[in-house]
Ligand binder design. Structure first.
Ligand code: SAM
Ligand code: TMP
Ligand code: ZN
Length: 414
């Protein structure tokens, strides 16, 4: 985003040291997953949320890094198992790894960011040797209670070395919605190189830049999402650290993700899907600055339309509540300056978020039960990535005349 002088701000790429040009400024933002007690409000942490792209390796990344201990700690409120669709998704991941990669004698799988054990519980049930890395102790305890083996630590080069020395090589390193959270990917990839067996695979899935740009889903950008990956930027990253990108799969979860598979060069034949996605990205000019600047223009249009709609509804005396106190909603509410006067509360099923205030805008979070007591006139769907699951569960809301407000890919009411 250009400043008063109209000169785009520049920085240095966290991966390759190249020049990063900023294209979107989402303003001052709080920690997206820090839900506050009323007494915490005065000492809230803020940082500048701007996004840029490296002119050398094309990696899209944040300009400012939030210290990891502020985001991932005892009280980290996100529990992966809160969604039945995600439970099914990760059981599927586990079964597919068990069938394809974990078939030798005494296979070993390491998961980075195992959270409450949503994926590893199926691996444990199959009796396969595993280890989850999870620095947030609260969710790690939930995983342990399911019998999952967890090391309460950040995965990085030093911790990966310790596991390699104590437990031998891993056949699979798997991670979901965690790689993009880690600015220090150089350390993670050196760790993967140490820990992975010669013919092992490193598999990770994260929100896809192509979907974010295609759907103007700018709320995928927040403190924890330091990188927005594309096949092109991941291929460059892999090569830089001695790996090869051998497969990509587009996934419908979390608003559109890609699962990337890395292996050591020459060990696996890259699938056609890799070249297909790279070609698609080139044809769509996905990582051209022009495209990213057009995305930034679309983001500002969504803000304008959403704020206008909420202000009109308030003027008409309508009651609007939010649905899903997602990390994504922190970006939306703070970028658009949506506070409790426009959205009176947000309901959410996560106990650790309830009866607290949302980051930055301090909108009260209430239990899911309060959604229907009584139903509001409009519900702003912050958890739009779980729309199918939520709409099915809340059919009665619409049947009784309630309307959903959506803002992806553009503001609309259903
Ligand atoms: N994998 C789960 C999923 O997809 O639902 C959890 C994703 S959650 C958004 C990210 C998780 O990564 C958090 O539980 C966080 O504590 C963990 N994490 C952050 N940095 C990490 C690191 N360096 N090593 C391992 N886990 C990390
Ligand atoms: P996520 O988009 O990062 O997965 O976060 C989803 C949030 O929405 C999480 O706080 C749980 C909440 N949620 C509900 O309140 N009800 C639901 O039915 C689902 C699926 C999620
Ligand atoms: Zn770079």
């Amino acid at each position: 985003m250009t400043g008063v002088t109209d000169v785009p701000a520049r920085g240095t790429c966290r991966i390759c040291g190249g020049d990063v040009e900023e294209f979107l400024d989402l303003g001052q933002q709080p920690l997206s997953d820090r839900f506050l007690e009323p007494g915490d409000v005065d000492e809230e942490f803020f940082f500048r949320l701007t996004v840029g792209q490296c002119s050398t390796c094309t990696m899209v990344q944040l300009a400012e890094e939030v210290p990891r201990h502020l985001m991932f700690h005892d009280d980290y409120p996100y529990h992966s198992s809160g969604s039945s669709v995600m439970r099914e998704h990760f059981a599927g991941v586990a079964h597919s790894l068990l069938a394809s990669e974990l078939t030798g004698a005494d296979p070993f799988v390491v998961e980075m960011g195992c959270n409450d054990g949503i994926m590893l519980e199926t691996i444990r049930e199959a009796g396969v040797r595993h280890l989850g890395f999870e620095p947030s102790t609260g969710v790690a305890e939930v995983a342990r209670a399911k019998g999952v083996r967890v090391r309460t630590d950040f995965f990085e080069e030093s911790t990966a070395r310790e596991v390699r020395a104590a437990e031998g090589p891993a056949d699979v390193i798997y991670t979901a919605n965690t790689m993009c959270h880690i600015p220090y990917l150089d350390s993670v990839l050196r760790g993967a190189d140490v820990l992975l067996a010669p013919d092992g695979v490193f598999v990770f899935e994260d929100p896809y830049l192509g979907d974010i740009v295609g759907k103007t889903s700018f709320d995928q950008i927040y403190d924890e999402h330091f990188y927005l990956f594309s096949a092109g930027s991941v291929q460059a990253l892999a090569e830089r650290f001695g790996f090869e990108l051998v497969n990509v799969e587009r996934l419908p979860v979390h608003g559109g993700e890609v699962r990337y598979t890395l292996a050591r060069p020459g060990v696996r034949t890259p699938t056609q899907a890799v070249n297909r996605l790279l070609t698609e990205e080139r044809d769509q000019k996905l990582t051209d600055l022009m495209t990213l600047r057009a995305f930034a223009t679309n983001v500002r249009k969504v803000r304008e339309d959403l704020v206008a709609l909420l202000k009109r509804l308030r003027a008409e005396g309508r009651r609007v509540v939010g649905y899903g106190a997602t990390a994504k909603s922190a970006t939306v509410t703070n970028f658009c300056d949506i506070g409790p006067e426009l959205v009176s509360f947000i309901c959410d099923t996560t106990p650790g978020k309830q009866n607290r205030l949302t980051p930055g805008q301090h909108i009260p979070v209430r239990s899911a039960a309060e959604f229907s007591a009584p139903y509001p006139d409009y519900a702003l769907l912050f958890a739009w990535n779980h729309a199918e699951e939520i709409m099915a569960k809340e059919r009665e809301f619409q049947q009784s005349g309630g309307r959903w407000i959506r803002y992806v890919p553009q503001v609309h009411v259903t």
